[in-house]
Design a protein around this ligand. Structure first.
Ligand code: PLP
Length: 396
């Protein structure tokens, strides 16, 4: 029955992660998957979450099904975190938020909703971008295109080309945007550039789909929501997918949310209804544990303060290790322009290394980055940053 199915080639990022695991060298360095590691190379367990779990463990609760749209206290806390408390659309009850299975689940349900509302929808994704965006939206039946975003050879944002693309794509096109910590380039728009993009979106009646998977990793929890809040303030109909995988170090708990800004409360009711229907047909309702822990942290001022401090620490560590890598590269490889690493934000840097250099790094030095030349910066720490920089200096 299934013999004719094509074999799955596997995800290219995970494939290189597998190569890393098979490498027996002690000094190997993993810069492949977007995971946050602390200075000792461990995936942290956040104290805010640990405290929330200890409190809950004292009064165990039954595991009743959640509503299709998720845990109410989680959904409202997500809204405040993304949109702030001053948001008119939020205060008027025009934002629908559902608990999703990770950021990926939010993107997919959002794609399904768009396809349901306007069959044959087309979505424009940055080039370069996160490969899975194409797969997720194609899976939901949307046609995908790309818009120019970053020149990897010269290491610069192609802002004029991006604007030009937004000005010429058909009206009502959907545009996928990363409010902060662009994956894979780490190159973000300035607030002034976001203003320009938001104005074009209004003029051209485009539909923004904002994907915020690293809130807090660029400049701060509120600062990183700038684009989300700006577009919400302009009353642009839009979708926002957010993920807590990285900023709660909660990868396996699969916690995210999809928020949709609607024109009025009647539309919001319909959107919520269709979201429920989509969820009911796919997985019925979301899991409880992770959402309850995040809700406990976000809704308790003391735990929230602990979490915010932890996010700030993660961000600062990434900044510091970027600086350190740059300082060493500047000396070891003076002819190689490595300033990209301190210009870019968040988890990722786009090195501009070519395929031969990337393969040599893997084969000769056990330094693993993915084929696009993206590195996941938190894979670097005090113990391996010098080795990384020396290895790069030998291949450039
Ligand atoms: N969006 C972007 C840009 C990402 O980089 C990621 C994860 O790597 C996601 C969404 C998905 O997040 P999650 O792991 O929560 O599904």
């Amino acid at each position: 029955m299934f013999e004719h199915l094509a074999p799955y080639a596997g995800d290219p990022i995970f494939r290189i992660g597998d190569m890393f695991r098979q490498d027996q060298r002690q000094n190997k360095v993993d810069l492949t998957v977007g995971l946050y590691y602390d200075g000792k190379g461990r995936i942290p367990i956040l104290d805010s979450i640990h405290q929330a779990e200890l409190k809950r463990a004292q009064q165990p609760e039954t595991r009743q099904y959640l509503p299709m749209e998720g845990l109410p206290s989680y959904r409202s806390a997500v809204q405040k975190l993304l949109f702030g408390t001053e948001c008119a659309a939020l205060n008027e009850g025009r934002i629908v938020t559902m608990q999703s299975v990770g950021g990926t689940g939010a993107l997919r349900i959002g794609g399904e909703l768009l396809q349901l509302a306007s069959p044959n929808s087309e979505i424009w994704i940055s080039n370069p971008g996160w490969d899975n965006h194409h797969a997720i939206f194609e899976g939901a039946g949307l046609k995908t295109h790309t818009y120019p975003y970053y020149d990897s050879v010269n290491g610069v944002l192609l802002f004029d080309d991006m604007k030009q693309a937004f000005q010429t794509m058909p009206e009502a096109s959907i545009v996928l945007l990363h409010p902060c910590c662009h994956n894979p380039t780490g190159a973000d728009l300035s607030n002034a550039q976001w203003e320009e993009i938001a104005n074009i979106i209004v003029e051209r009646k485009l539909i923004p789909f904002l994907d915020i998977a690293y809130q807090g990793f660029s400049n701060g929890l509120d600062e990183d929501a700038f684009a989300v809040r700006l577009m919400a303030s302009k009353n642009i109909p839009m979708l926002v997918a957010n993920s807590f995988s990285k900023n709660f170090s909660f990868y396996a708990e699969r916690c995210g949310a999809l928020s949709v800004i609607c024109q009025n409360t009647t539309e919001a009711d319909r959107v919520l209804g269709q979201i429920k229907l989509l969820v009911r047909r796919i997985y019925s309702n979301p899991p409880l544990h992770g959402a309850r822990m995040i809700s406990d942290v976000l809704n308790d001022p003391e735990l929230f303060a602990v979490w915010e401090r932890e996010v700030n620490e993660m961000r600062t560590r990434i900044r510091n290790i970027r600086q350190k890598a740059y300082d060493i590269l500047k000396v070891q490889a003076p002819h190689f322009d490595s300033a990209f690493i301190i210009r870019q934000n968040g988890m990722f840097s786009y090195t501009g290394l070519n395929q031969t250099q990337i393969e040599k790094l893997r084969a000769d030095y056990g330094v693993y980055l993915i084929d696009s030349g993206r590195i996941s910066v938190p894979g670097l720490n005090e113990d391996n940053v010098t080795y990384f920089a020396e290895s790069v200096s030998k291949v450039v």
